[in-house]
Design a protein. Structure first.
Length: 476
């Protein structure tokens, strides 16, 4: 109880106290609301020229609460109807944060009877301070429900694999990099709620420099990395992407500075060509044996009001070791594995297509054979009869010529029926031979049956089976 601190006290240890353990009701409880403009993790520019001093009070911590404005001997709150996220971003950046989470956070208790200092504020989101916004100053009693509050975003204090100083995609902040300059780099989150200078990239994280159509001030915006120790390799380079549109931003320059303080240019590009997409860049390599820093500088020396808005954005900043032109950076195992998988997949597709083609051909043949059956092949033979060399039994044969073009073939041999003696044969004891007609196989259904041979012997009539004929087989 009875605490008393002198004006030059640096801690509570410099204060005096009453006796410990005094009985005290809760009506005498003391409380305090603290405010701060910067934290050790903030990387927004400080000491910005402005006639308004801003602070946050009445919230749960130093980033959250309602805004108190001090101007010379006057103070008050913002009591504006048009309060939005763009204006909240400018207010938070002026206090050293990288932007705002929201322009309407929940405040448990708002002050009663506070007077306003600004009753209207309208910012587009790219201003350096609220001095550049459209303001309407008016002092009046502001009802608690109309007091404008904000929740500001400090720069990130912990890093992830793709959001750290040497591998920065700007997902959660500026990765420990520091922005400096009167008009400098602005962080754009990927939530799609904040002002976006590039109309087609609302949901992309990056940092940018913006010069609006009414600006006449020269620009030197610098984005500086934290110091890097010399790592496994003594050769390094920087890769990043940038996007540009407009007319009055002169150039983008990337440099590295060693511990000696000297700056060396790694990349420089005149900003004179409008781009319709992000461009990837790899800087020259550099060698250092000590700690070093990387700087991105956007400069515009013109004092003429531009005819259009201009903006330069960068993203995906990566500090790499080695030489990007060295063949050692080729991922040989990855290339081999990828080619193996590609060739295997191609062979599988070819084999599958071949099997389907063969199956389709087989199905077509089966269907064709069912619709158009092929008649079996027929063998035709004509007998050639060579009788025994017996004068008494001489037989004459007339074999017609065969020609495949004339349709003449050979019928298979069929044994003739037994020969019977001809009762009308002469009985003078001389043999007589009757040769049957020789037939053609051109049209078998009109041909006579095979020839019948009759042999007459003196005084006797005998039937016999002739010896088997010989064949000339022709298959059509």
């Amino acid at each position: 109880s009875n605490i008393h601190c002198p004006s030059n006290a640096n801690s509570i240890n410099d204060c005096s106290f009453g006796s410990w353990g005094s009985s005290c009701s809760h009506t005498y409880d003391a409380w305090v609301s603290c405010s701060s403009t910067l934290t050790p993790t903030d990387s927004a520019p400080t000491n910005l020229p402005s006639q308004y001093q801003l602070s946050i009070t009445g919230g749960i911590n130093y980033t959250h609460g309602y805004i108190t404005i001090h101007k010379q001997l006057s103070s008050g709150v913002i009591c504006a109807l048009g309060w939005n996220l763009n204006s909240a971003d400018v207010v938070c950046r002026q206090m050293g944060f990288i932007g705002a989470y929201t322009s309407d956070p929940y405040i448990y208790s708002r002050p009663i009877g506070r007077r306003s200092l600004i009753e209207r504020i309208d910012c587009n989101g790219t201003e350096v301070t609220i001095d550049e916004c459209r303001l309407n100053l008016w002092s009046t009693i502001c009802t608690p429900s109309r007091i404008n509050s904000v929740s500001c975003r400090p720069n990130q204090s912990s890093y992830t694999s793709q959001n750290k100083p040497d591998y920065c995609y700007f997902h959660y902040g500026m990765c420990g990099w520091t922005a400096s300059g009167a008009r400098t780099w602005i962080w754009h989150p990927s939530d799609g709620k904040h002002f976006n200078p590039f109309s087609s990239y609302h949901y992309s994280s990056y940092v940018y420099v913006y010069r609006n159509i009414n600006s006449r001030d020269p620009i030197t915006a610098i984005l500086t990395s934290p110091p890097f120790n010399n790592r496994s390799s003594t050769r390094h380079y920087v890769s990043f992407q940038y996007y540009f549109f407009g007319t009055l931003l002169d150039y983008l320059e990337v440099t590295y500075s060693s511990s000696s303080g000297s700056d060396y240019v790694l990349y420089k590009n005149d900003l004179s060509i409008y781009q319709s997409e992000w461009k990837s860049v790899t800087t020259a390599t550099f060698v250092t044996f000590f700690t070093f820093k990387i700087k991105f500088t956007c400069k515009s020396s013109s004092t003429i009001a531009p005819s259009t808005n201009s903006a330069l954005g960068i993203r995906n900043v990566i500090i790499k070791d080695g030489d990007p032109r060295s063949p050692t950076y080729l991922n040989i195992p990855g290339i081999i594995i990828g080619c193996t998988f590609g060739i295997t997949a191609l062979l599988i597709v070819i084999l599958y297509g071949y099997k389907r083609s063969r199956r389709a051909q087989l199905v077509s043949r089966v269907i064709a054979s069912r619709n158009n059956p092929v008649p079996p092949a027929t063998t035709h033979c004509s007998p050639i009869y060579n009788p025994p060399n017996n004068a008494a039994n001489s037989i004459s044969h007339n074999i017609p010529p065969t020609s495949q073009s004339q349709g003449i073939g050979y019928r298979p041999y069929e044994p003739p029926p037994p020969f019977e003696a001809n009762p009308s044969a002469p009985t003078d004891g001389q043999p007589r031979t009757t040769v049957g007609q020789v037939y053609s196989t051109t049209n078998s259904q009109h041909n006579p049956p095979p020839p019948v041979f009759s042999t007459h012997l003196t005084g006797n009539t005998t039937s016999f089976q002739p010896p088997p004929p010989q064949y000339d087989d022709v298959i059509h």
